[in-house]
Design a protein around this ligand. Structure first.
Ligand code: BG6
Length: 491
């Protein structure tokens, strides 16, 4: 078997917002794991940068604590931790102060041959300032890569502004827009499934597929992120990016090769083929909900965000259509929500029923074949097929899942890598395949904006649903009107 760890070239990674939640919870643990696996060369350095006035020792201490908290104890060998901590430095800089960039220039100029990665783990309001600040001091070089993460705008207009602020300094080829769903192993497996097997592609169209369901159900509420979440809601937080990306990968035409622009061109075509939802069609093709218990002390979205009048949705279901040859007439049902009955993210491709049943009246009806691609928990694939129930006593059929857990597919002990591990290494390698291009982000907003406008114009409030339930009843009714059912939300 070929080695699964391909070392990257020496780099300097600068994390703007180095003391923040994303850095501590995701970026440093991911970098630690790649380092522990031997992927990061000895000379590579990591610099935390933030406004907090502290020194490198204090930052290292914070980083150690973050590793203790977010990396499993058995992965934390003393040797690996020490090696990783040695790579860290810290600078306190107020990026809005144009005279404050000298220390960063000196630090990076110590290793002019290194690849430079600027990771903006800060709010989007600072993206333009930082990009410009880097350019002003000559740090926006050809070897540099800029990493940004959602929210990439609040609507189409702000997304265009953001893209312009970035592209006035960095070439699109140097910009890495992260959607962490694209770094998930199972999402990449979706592409392997479609394009490395001859079995599915001939069936992957409106002739054979009845509908598709994409679910990202979460059991937790909005937690401490209420302030941000209430300005976004489920549609901006999850649909505009993660769910639409899944839809694109599932629905796109095969790219001519597995290369950044070839793949992104195909995703863009899907985005452009999404049937616009506007006006009254929005009200019949979407459902919004807010979790809200009945008792006075019950959990409630309104309490969690501290806004008793909020009309922001913590749940959304959308019936989307793709107006192209392959998918004509096939609904794509998307749903996501907080405080649902289980944590479950999956894509389910539901095939059409057999044209005719040769078995006559059966106790158990013939169920349509369903292919599920499970992102969490238990990453893997299931293909539900009808089989004969073994034994005598008539001819009975059974719906059996052919089950493949991705973790089982590997020999020996193996850990499912976190999305950020792959994505950060791809940035260093200069591979943009799993990152969003600016035009994709804009196309997604172009589809989302009219949906939000129609809700706002309607003045309707989201429907209440019980915490720990399957979501609003109206979502079940939306499916029932089409003669279909949602798949169960279960861990
Ligand atoms: C984030 C959203 O992008 O994705 C969160 O902002 C959400 O609200 C999270 O909880 C879900 O990610 P995952 O990887 O846990 O499915």
């Amino acid at each position: 078997m070929s080695s699964t760890v391909i070392p990257v070239d020496p780099f300097d990674l600068v994390i703007f917002g180095g003391t923040g939640d994303l850095a501590m919870r995701k970026l440093l643990p991911a970098l630690f794991r790649r380092d522990a696996d031997g992927q990061i060369p000895a000379a590579a350095r990591i610099l935390g940068l933030a406004r907090t006035d502290q020194d490198t020792e204090a930052f290292k201490l914070e980083a150690r604590e973050a590793l203790q908290q977010h990396v499993a104890a058995e992965e934390l060998s003393a040797e690996a931790v020490e090696r990783f901590i040695k790579r860290l430095s810290y600078l306190h800089i107020d990026v809005t102060d144009s005279s404050a960039w000298g220390d960063l220039v000196s630090y990076l100029n110590e290793r002019p041959e290194h690849i430079r990665v600027y990771y903006l783990a800060v709010g989007p309001a600072l993206f333009g300032t930082i990009a410009q600040g880097l350019a002003n001091v000559g740090l926006a070089t050809v070897k540099a890569r800029l990493v940004v993460e959602k929210p990439l705008g609040h609507d189409l207009e702000s997304a265009i502004e953001l893209n312009q602020a970035i592209s006035s300094v960095f070439n699109e080829k140097s910009v890495y827009r992260i959607d962490h769903y694209l770094g998930k192993e199972t999402v990449q497996n979706l592409m392997a499934l479609r394009f490395a097997n001859a079995l599915f592609e001939p069936l992957w169209n409106a002739n054979r597929i009845d509908h598709v369901q994409i679910t990202a159900a979460e059991s937790l509420g909005v937690g401490s992120r209420g302030g941000y979440y209430d300005t976004a809601g489920a549609i901006r937080d999850m649909v505009q990016n993660h769910l639409i990306q899944l839809l694109c990968l599932l629905a796109m035409e095969p790219p001519y090769k597995f290369d950044a622009d070839a793949l992104r061109d195909e995703k863009l075509k899907v985005l452009r083929s999404l049937r616009p939802l506007t006006g009254r069609a929005v009200l019949s093709s979407t459902v919004r909900g807010q979790y809200m218990g009945h008792e006075a002390d019950a959990e409630s979205y309104l309490k969690d965000v501290g806004n008793p009048d909020s009309r922001t949705e913590s749940y959304i279901a959308i019936k989307a259509k793709i107006d192209n040859w392959r998918w004509s007439g096939v609904p794509f049902y998307l749903r996501t929500g907080k405080k649902l009955r289980a944590q479950m993210t999956e894509i389910a491709v539901v095939f059409k029923e057999p044209a005719h049943s040769v078995f006559g009246d059966l106790e158990t009806p013939i169920m349509p074949n369903v292919l599920t691609i499970r992102l969490q928990p238990d990453e893997g694939l299931q293909l539900h097929i009808m089989t004969k129930d073994p034994g005598p006593g008539g001819f009975r059929l059974r719906d059996i899942p052919l089950d493949m857990s991705f973790a089982e597919g590997r020999e020996g002990s193996w850990r499912m890598p976190d999305a950020y591990e792959r994505l950060i290494m791809d940035v260093v390698r200069g591979n943009q395949t799993l990152f969003m291009r600016g035009d994709e982000v804009e196309a997604a907003w172009r589809w989302i904006d009219p949906i939000i406008d129609a809700w706002e114009a309607s003045g309707l409030k989201p429907e209440a649903y019980d915490p720990g339930s399957r979501g609003p009843i109206a979502a079940v009714e939306m499916m029932a009107r089409d003669g279909r059912r949602w798949r169960e939300i279960e861990a």
